[in-house]
Design a protein. Sequence first.
Length: 286
Amino acid sequence: MTAREHRIDLRDGLALRVQERGAEVGGPPALLLHGFTGSVEAWGEPLLDRLAADGRRVLAVDLPGHGRSGVPADPARCAMEAQLDDLEEALDTLGVGRAAWVGYSMGARLALGAAVLRPGRVAALVLESGSPGLATEPERRKRREADEALAARLEADDPDALARFVDDWMALPLFETQRRLPAEVLARERRRRLGNDPLGLAASLRVFGTGSQPSLWDRLDEVRAPTLLLTGALDAKFEALADRMASRIPQAVRATVPGAGHAVHLERPDAWVERVTGFLADPPRA
């Protein structure tokens, strides 16, 4: 399927890259938001094509500081509310009112923020391995300190800083299940992550890490959009988080994909497409 590229110049000159597929036939467009170190390409072209082939307009975004979108001069532009302003402006430019917000990990946190803070723009919500942030200030402070150390590594005056960061990131226990993927897939993922700007990643860590974003745990009952909470069965931490979220979000549907870890769309793309398209075709009604 032919993809259409958009470069959207926002109010202050920062540019967002949006890749578009399909046509608005069967319901609101799907807006896809990647995880940290991600980009449009992180979803995989076959997955995006299949999502669009289901009769839906698909808009995949490179978030600020990632992929081919701009790196903000002021890191505050990576804060949740600022990014939501950017995405609303992009949707307006593309003639979209309400969308189904589909986010993975960091992108899921942003999509959940939209459901709470911009509910009029959210027709449905798909949260893959997402969370509402950290519940207590001691937890948030500890995470901010860890993210500050990671950001400082990215900003080091060292030509190999990004490569070392990416290798350490991919070696985190959270992504252990991905080591079973074919070597060519892992090599492709590494190349894609290395295409990011280290200053953009540092800004994202500092301002939109889970220690910096506002906790949404106490606002989950405000989510009015039908919500799919999708996790991999091998990701025990996010399985438990999704179960807790499901008990608080009024129209929540839980789905677990066997044999997958944190990145369900990468590890089990066929199952991801099946769960997501099925949900978007027939979301629960209030």
